[in-house]
Design a protein around this ligand. Structure first.
Ligand code: NDP
Length: 498
């Protein structure tokens, strides 16, 4: 991978394979001036991009997804080398991103296009129109854990809505970010500057917040999210915050315990647990608890981290993350938690770890661990499970396992999260029509689906007078009796409601 960007950078950033330490590529650390130049180019490109209209953009987004689909393996290999996840997981991630690109391009007109709305009583002689217009340039700051899927959740929807995008990937995955922008240039040469990448460290991201973008879509941790909000507040730049989670699974009395255990293990351990919507804690009711623990420990025994083809998951992408995992496990054990699997860290590889009886006040239950760990807690019933689930300040997603459709849907609705899967984990993320985002410490705003398209637009209201009325209520020329007549009509129409 060669140096990206146009300016000659003062500094460079080296991206390495987390498993072997091999250099993946060298990238410029772009300063505020370079970021502003990229945003300026994007602003010019945005005008032409918006003028293409929904069909023109749909065709070009289709060309981009075709390009990605034809080079799926090449991109998956890069994701594997730079992020460390197994090839199969990288392929799955890119497939999801391609699916979202298809949905966003295909549905933008229906969701955002002009539509007539009822004008109401006072404007009965007017036509009323609503449409959703692009914001211009959207800045996207992304994390490293799903370096294709996560930023594409903002990029695809922002582009389909008619915006240009300047994307700052994590310093741990600049090669994947640069690949995505180069792929855009190759697939959509007549709108090459509509998707650009700027690489660097946190300061490059901070510069993007201050570069005059129409909106800043941030995905990352809550502490950085607060810094991004503070920087954006200086220029009243609106923000979208996709932050961390501490997702719980509720296993009810009537759950398919084997299925729940399989899903919990995948939800907790896949991608080495570095998944914002990963399952980190399980609340299993007393009648199923022992069986659930046995099923989970049995499955976990068959898992091994590594960077070979047979490994279940890869290394921790960020070196410092192993310290967080170690701290959470040690803290849980010191507080009386029982380690029934794993707990060991070798280099960047963390063994699949299962903890029981961990107090709710412990970091392993309160804070995002972002590692291949799972706490399992026995609860009286599903109501207690829900209460404990909702007591956490995070509120990204979660799962419910129950054979009763009514009960499961009721629990899912009352879970204080943006997303819930019933009898599976993470499924909502693969349904392009469903919005993705959290509540509380997990952030606000939505990507994906119709809400994700609207997130990158401003609603525009237009009225057009179709014919004049003999009496114009919004005129100084209205007769003195007009207001009385109006009062009589309102009383007639609405007065009977009590
Ligand atoms: P960070 O918050 O550390 O970083 C996120 C991004 O912000 C990176 O690109 C980072 O750049 C950049 N950044 C750092 N400092 C600043 C700053 N001052 N101003 C602007 N940008 C800055 O998160 P991680 O990369 O570690 O990602 C993991 C976190 O992301 C977890 O908490 C996870 O739960 C969350 N996440 C949330 C998702 C969701 O959809 N809700 C999805 C995926 C992850 P650099 O890397 O160069 O420092």
């Amino acid at each position: 991978m060669s140096l990206a960007g146009t300016a000659t950078p003062a500094e460079t950033l080296e991206s390495t394979d987390p498993a072997s330490g091999a250099v993946v590529g060298l990238f410029p650390v772009q300063d505020a001036e370079a970021v502003r130049a990229a945003v300026d180019r994007a602003r010019t490109a945005a005008t032409a991009w918006a003028a293409l209209g929904f069909d023109g953009r749909r065709q070009r987004l289709a060309a981009y997804r075709g390009h990605l689909a034809r080079r799926l393996r090449e991109l998956a290999d890069l994701v594997h080398r730079e992020n460390g996840k197994p090839h199969a997981d990288a392929l799955l991630e890119i497939t999801l991103a391609v699916d979202h690109l298809a949905w966003a391009g295909g549905h933008a007109r229906r969701v955002l296009g002009p539509r007539r709305v009822a004008p109401g009583l006072l404007a009965a002689n007017h036509a009323a129109w609503l449409e959703y217009q692009p914001l211009g340039v959207v800045g996207v700051i992304g994390p490293w854990n799903y370096p294709v899927f996560t930023p594409m959740g903002s990029i695809a929807y922002a582009l389909a809505a008619g915006n240009a995008v300047v994307f700052k990937p994590s310093e741990h995955t600049p090669a994947v970010g640069t690949w995505l922008a180069e792929a855009w240039r190759a697939a959509v040469p007549d709108a090459a500057d509509v998707l650009q990448v700027v690489t660097g460290l946190g300061e490059t991201g901070a510069a993007l917040c201050r570069a005059g973008v129409g909106k800043l879509a941030f995905t990352g941790s809550a502490p950085t999210g607060r810094e991004v909000m503070a920087a954006c507040a200086e220029t009243l730049t609106p923000v979208l915050m996709e932050l961390g989670g501490k997702d719980a699974m509720i296993v009810a009395d009537d759950a398919d315990v084997a299925a729940a255990a399989g899903a919990a293990v995948w939800g907790a351990m896949s991608n080495a647990g570095q998944t914002c919507i990963g399952i980190e804690r399980v609340y299993a009711t007393a009648p199923v608890y022992d069986r659930f623990v046995a099923e989970v420990t049995e499955r976990v025994r068959g898992l091994r981290p590594g960077s070979d083809g047979d490994a279940a998951y890869g290394p921790m992408t960020m070196p410092g993350q192993t310290d967080v995992v170690r701290r959470h496990v040690d803290d849980a054990v010191a507080a009386g938690g029982r380690l029934v699997a794993g707990g060991t860290v070798e280099g960047r590889f963390v063994a699949p770890t299962v903890l029981l009886d961990v107090p709710e006040t412990s970091a392993a239950v309160r804070e995002e661990t972002f590692g291949p760990t799972l706490t399992i807690t026995r609860v009286r019933d599903a109501e207690e499970a829900l209460e404990r689930t909702n007591a956490n300040p995070h509120g990204l997603a979660g799962a419910v396992f129950s054979r009763s459709r009514t009960r499961a849907m009721d629990l899912a609705r009352r879970m204080r999260t943006g997303m819930t899967s019933v009898n599976s984990v993470l499924t909502f993320a693969s349904v392009p029509a469903l919005p993705f985002g959290g509540v509380g410490e997990s952030g606000f705003g939505r990507i994906h689906g119709a809400d994700g398209l609207k997130e990158f637009t401003r609603a525009k209201a237009i009225t057009r007078q179709r014919f004049g009325l003999p009496v114009d209520l919004m005129s100084f020329g209205r007769p003195a009796t007009a207001a009385d007549a109006l009062a009589r009509v309102v009383a007639l129409l609405h007065g009977r409601h009590r």
